[in-house]
Design a protein around this ligand. Sequence first.
Ligand code: AMP
Ligand code: ZN
Ligand code: FE
Ligand code: FE
Length: 284
Amino acid sequence: MDRIDLHCHTTASDGSMSPAEVVDLAEKIGLKALAVTDHDTLDGLDEALARGREVGLEVVPGVEISAEFKPGSMHVLGYFIDSRDPGLTENLATLQDSRRTRNPRIVARLNELGLDVSMAEIEAVAGGGQIGRPHFAEVLLRKHYVADFNEAFTRYLAKGAAAYVEKYRFTPAEAIDLIHRAGGLAVLAHPYTLRLDGLEALADELARLKEHGLDGLEAYYSEHTPQMTADYLALARRLDLAAAGGSDFHGVIKNGIMLGSGRGDLAVPGRLLDELKARKRGRL
Ligand code: AMP
Ligand code: ZN
Ligand code: FE
Ligand code: FE
């Protein structure tokens, strides 16, 4: 079976490997295609696409946009977007600005809680790319304020935790629309993070999102059990949505998740990409 990975992060957002390095890794482990899906930015795409052409690996230009949602969190993946789309670039800049105002406020909260961390330390870990909460988690871990990455989130960084600070988000409909206007397909990432109560509640939400133009959902994912994957594949068929899948690889940030294979047992079939392409053709 051809294997692919349609969800990963690079140094353009909160991954630890550059776009070219992630493409090289994908080629080395024998993936047939890779989608690069950094949070709220297209900055890594041209480098990844160029490297893909050099090494002969299919690279799908993507993005992962955070949307407003309660009770959990919603991320919408965009696939086959134009990496230089002016409208999308401009709208993502709003989200990037909001991160820039949020980040020092997280540092201030952490300081108030008695933790000695500075914006300069966070920036050093981010290495010039866009800053996200995993960079804060990494600094808290290095300074032994927490025992592991998860503790950094549950104690300080997760929604509702002690140092959580809101940032601007688009509504789900806006996120879907932005992706479509940039020529892409919109796919709901890791559906369980919506934290809806049961599969039928998720089915209702997916039906609403589909009215706004949602094209698919992520069925294969590092944190999904085989049962969850089966349930999401069945939901996709029932609602006539495409199924996608990927590891959400971040390199050494978020340790334990490998490109292509997740926690070891992830295998995303290549035919999913063929089906996504067929849907994309249907949209044109
Ligand atoms: P941000 O871009 O600052 O909103 O941070 C989003 C990143 O933080 C994503 O890569 C998530 O995987 C990670 N993240 C969010 N919530 C948690 C959590 N509770 N535990 C671990 N990682 C999380
Ligand atoms: Zn991330
Ligand atoms: Fe995500
Ligand atoms: Fe992600």
